[in-house]
Write a protein that binds this ligand. Sequence first.
Ligand code: PBG
Length: 337
Amino acid sequence: MEDKTHLVDEITGHRRMRRNRKADWTRRLVQENRLTVDDLIWPIFVIPGNGIIEPIPAMPGVNRMTVDKAVEAAKEAADLGIPALATFPNIEMELRDETGSNSLEKNNLINLASAAIKKAVPNIGVITDVALDPFTSHGHDGILRGNEIVNDETVEQVARAAVYQADAGADIIAPSEMMDGRIGAIRHALDAAGHQSVGIMSYATKFSSAFYGPYREAISTGGLLKGDKKTYYIDPANGTEAVRDAALDVEEGADMLMVKPGLPYLDICWRLKEAFGLPTFAYQVSGEYSMIKAATANGWIDGERVMLETLLAFKRAGCDGILTYFAVEVARQLAKR
Ligand code: PBG
């Protein structure tokens, strides 16, 4: 199409873009993307015990909660219309070992949380991570043998843990440990156990990122981690490799894809959505959250506007939703409008 606007607008020589921006009503009328409460998944941190809510210093506004408090939080989230929670356990150090064996305990902390939340608030979705890092004494997502995170043995364990998580009530299993072949193995294990309706949201492209720092404080793995996760997470330099990795997860039966971290990887969100068309989510991770909170606390940015802008950016990049620690805060904001 050839633009003929120069014939009608001699001053600019082209179309006047500002016409559609001139008033609040025109801007609302032409707005391409919108953030709604339906786009939000709220990650929460669970601790053992009862009646405890404990702040996480590196993540202002985010708490660790015992299961009873997590149930109350789930009710609040459901009342706000938030569709789903993602739960992360901070388990006792005594329970952590080389292989993360507590992940195979039927009544471990994450499973107790799922069962309690689903019982009290059946209408909120529960998404559980099956990576082994909350359970290992070395903070890695898989089983460590010598100097190696062993792939196939980890996959087998993660698939078994996924079945226990589904038994406990998890609606969606979200494997974040980036082992090869995990999606297919989890699908088989779930189906064999009669969990055909339990979905898989693959942390399809999880990058070896420095943005996870505050999360490791939240589940107390920071001090434990020996080395780094470069042998299993994706190199931040590699976009095409990320798409190829996600393609395998799609083939193996992932129902939904996730990109993690979020904002620095919007190109990946867009590429995955374009390539596969599956429901695609971004995880706005702890470091992204903490940076916004820290700058806000210093009075350097308008935190509320930056929060909303970042979340809208995910929508523009093709995401169907966002895992964000801002979920409750933003849901309250959206409810006021
Ligand atoms: C590990 C896992 C991580 C996060 C969730 N699950 C990262 C890691 O420690 O390597 C990060 C979440 C965040 O930073 O908010 N399987």
